[in-house]
Design a binder for this molecule. Structure first.
Ligand SMILES: [Zn+2]
Length: 272
């Protein structure tokens, strides 16, 4: 716990946190002292960034190399119509700063690759708001090497999923050992998504991140949450650590530099 004291404005801003036994001034100070990086300023990143900013997470990194397109606005609510054509990190950072001046924003206008993944070193927690398997595997591997927790989310049409990967628990490769072959899964231009769905799943990711930073509740460790917006039913499926996992198994880490993370296999997972 930190001894960061809250000033009068912060006591007011975060009063609904401060009054709670399970957060309180110490919990709020921990949030203000935390650094979270959200990889992807799209559908999942939009609610995750805004809720984490509003909650007073003191430093937020935003990683994205895309520009805002009009077709994004149906679900990526951190961007506005006037932002079309701007870098997503720029428009997302502007929204975050307007929401809460307590938050320091780091804009990383880059694609996450083996060359750029070192930027994770500056953070305590990773929110995986990417939309493709390559980025998910890279984030999983790089975060595990650094001992960082990752909150994962994914969406497809009416279906979403979320899970939390912490050191000592199973990783994303324990759940999905290999990415599907390129071309065997639809790309993002071919698939659709209900506009509000990433709002739900990204909010679940923000919830998990806040819980981890506060040390409260039971995060989705070793549990994969499925959410079906069509029926509004959820299912939580347990999964286990794999001793033969190439990242967190008995053999130690071997994937980060050996796997081809390039390509553009923009897909969603099946519940395989
Ligand atoms: Zn693993």
């Amino acid at each position: 716990m930190t001894d960061l004291a809250l000033d009068a404005t912060q006591l007011d801003r975060y009063s609904r946190h401060v009054v709670m036994d399970r957060v309180g001034p110490d919990g709020q100070a921990a949030l203000l002292d935390a650094a979270v990086v959200v990889v992807g300023a799209g559908g999942l990143g939009s609610p995750a960034l805004q809720y984490l900013a509003a909650a007073g997470v003191g430093r937020l990194g935003i990683v994205d190399d895309d520009r805002v397109e009009r077709s994004n606005l149906q679900r990526q609510i951190i961007h506005r119509d006037a932002d079309v054509g701007r870098p997503k990190v720029e428009s997302a950072a502007e929204t975050v700063r307007a929401l809460n001046p307590d938050v320091t924003v780091d804009s990383h206008e880059t694609r996450l690759t083996t060359e750029t993944v070192g930027l994770l070193d500056d953070y305590d927690l990773v929110v995986d708001a990417t939309d493709n398997f390559q980025s998910r595997f890279l984030l999983n591997d790089a975060a595990r090497l650094r001992g960082l927790p990752v909150v994962h989310g994914a969406i497809y049409e009416f279906e979403g999923q979320a899970t939390t990967l912490v050191p000592g628990g199973p990783c994303y490769r324990c759940l999905f050992p290999t990415a599907p072959e390129p071309g065997t899964v639809p790309n993002c231009a071919e698939t659709g998504v209900l506009g509000v769905l990433p709002g739900t799943v990204g909010s679940i990711q923000a919830t998990e991140a806040a819980k981890l930073l506060l040390g409260e509740g039971e995060p989705l460790v070793g549990r994969l949450l499925f959410y079906d917006a069509a029926s509004l039913e959820t299912e939580v499926v347990p999964y286990e650590w794999r001793p033969d996992c190439p990242v967190c198994g008995d053999g130690g880490v071997e994937c980060v530099d050996t796997v081809d993370y390039e390509g553009d296999c923009r897909v969603e997972t099946d519940d395989e």
